[in-house]
Design a protein around this ligand. Structure first.
Ligand code: PGA
Length: 251
């Protein structure tokens, strides 16, 4: 299995001075680490990707976008394409985050199109899925995740160009997390759903857990079978916290 991927989703936070300082801090820590046991990725807001990508170039710190359009160019005011992200030096892009699904009405088909656009430009698509609280209470968490995998995974998804992030909506930004048993159950289910969809790639596709990952719970969450990394929101905005989470992935 590949090294764990620790990804920071900065969401709509940080201006250029503090964003650049945070990225530089992480890049320095990474550069000082001999043979790190993890891949480290930051996904800043689109406005500051360029200075950050320039600032950390050559350090090993990966940079990604938080969303992309399904077209590579054209009359789409305000949107950012995967080609534009690649042009800035991005290696990854998050697609289908629950905040995009909620705030912008993104449905599985749109997420699959965005992921395909990202992959066509050589980016790794981090495809987010996860049940709402009502769906979990109804006992439908597994069903929702397999439906989202079936609908959001593009043709041609491989272990190299695809990462899945399981983010239960009710755990995002709330300080609440599923039990490790629940995480194990869902991640095994996702692995099986990938196996049905892309049999030869399923074992190698990294499945991240996201939702209130903190330094205090990272080690136990990252030790769960089929958890191949973490997608971190709030705790990725502080270098000490994000780095502690990354170090926890080393076991
Ligand atoms: P959180 O966000 O770590 O602040 O819960 C995770 C995410 O939305 O990716």
């Amino acid at each position: 299995m590949a090294r764990k991927l620790i990804a920071g989703n900065w969401k709509m936070n940080l201006l250029r001075p503090e964003g650049t300082a945070l990225a530089r801090d992480l890049a320095l820590r990474l550069a000082r680490t001999v043979d790190p046991a993890f891949d480290l990725l930051v996904c800043p807001p689109a406005t500051i990707i360029a200075p950050i990508a320039d600032a950390v170039q050559g350090s090993g710190l990966l940079v990604g976008g938080q969303d992309c359009h399904s077209a590579q160019e054209g009359a789409h005011t305000g949107d950012v394409s995967a080609r534009m992200l690649a042009d800035l030096g991005c290696s990854h892009v998050i697609v289908g985050h629950s905040e995009r699904r909620q705030d912008h009405g993104e449905i599985d088909l749109m997420v699959a199109e965005k992921a395909a656009a990202a992959q066509a430009e050589g980016l790794v698509a981090i495809i987010c899925i996860g049940e709402t609280e009502a769906e979990r209470n109804d006992g439908r968490a597994l069903q929702v995740c397999s439906r989202q995998i079936a609908g959001s995974l593009p043709q041609g998804a491989t272990a190299e160009n695809t990462v899945i992030a399981y983010e239960p909506v009710w755990a995002i930004g709330t300080g609440r997390t599923p039990t490790t048993a629940d995480v194990a159950e869902v991640h095994a289910h996702i692995r099986a759903a990938l196996g049905a969809r892309v049999p030869s790639e399923a074992a190698g596709i990294r499945i991240l857990y996201g939702g209130s990952v903190k330094p205090g719970n990272a080690a136990e969450l990252l030790a769960v079978p089929n958890v191949d990394g973490a997608l971190v929101g709030g705790a990725s905005l502080k270098a000490d916290d994000f780095w502690a989470i990354a170090e926890a992935s080393a076991g």
